[in-house]
Design a protein around this ligand. Structure first.
Ligand SMILES: [Zn+2]
Length: 156
């Protein structure tokens, strides 16, 4: 969980706010590096609306470069360990769409946990971390933005 320290959460929240009202997506490497991904969902929707019904307002698809970087990481000493994306104005739950994206033939497609950020009116409110438990993706940790601020600021 060290990779989800205050600084990294802030980086992710900033990203989530900057793409609002669209979803952001990205990932965190084992060494703690946060990679802001590019969500090409709206572009896919424009090109093939019949196949890609969702836009970036309610879906995410990583760019080809992001996908390559992530896949390459799994064969390196510094693999991606967390994939994050935001949910504008609907809450930080793991949707059926998220589950479909995370699974391949009923098994996790990637050896990662998933962080979903709850963004309301361009402000990050909370985030939930989901992990595969053998049957489904369960929330294993919840971050509240204010609590995070309180607990990580040094007391004087
Ligand atoms: Zn989602």
């Amino acid at each position: 969980m060290d990779t989800l320290n205050h600084k990294n959460l802030q980086r992710i929240y900033t990203h989530a706010c900057s793409t609002y009202p669209e979803e952001c997506c990205g990932f965190i490497f084992a060494d703690g590096t946060v990679h802001h991904g590019v969500n090409i969902q709206s572009e896919l929707n424009r090109r093939q609306p019949d196949i890609h019904a969702r836009t970036a307002a309610n879906g995410y698809t990583f760019s080809v470069a992001d996908t390559l970087a992530m896949n390459r990481s799994f064969r390196s000493g510094n693999p991606v360990t967390i994939i994050y994306h935001s949910h504008p104005d609907v809450g930080a739950y793991f949707s059926r769409e998220d589950e479909n994206k995370a699974l391949f033939m009923g098994k996790p497609a990637y050896p990662v946990a998933y962080l979903v950020v709850d963004v309301r009116n361009a402000q990050a409110k909370a985030a939930k971390l989901f992990q595969w438990n053998g049957k489904g993706f369960a929330c294993i940790h919840e971050f509240h933005v204010n609590e995070e601020n309180l607990t990580t600021h040094p007391r004087s």
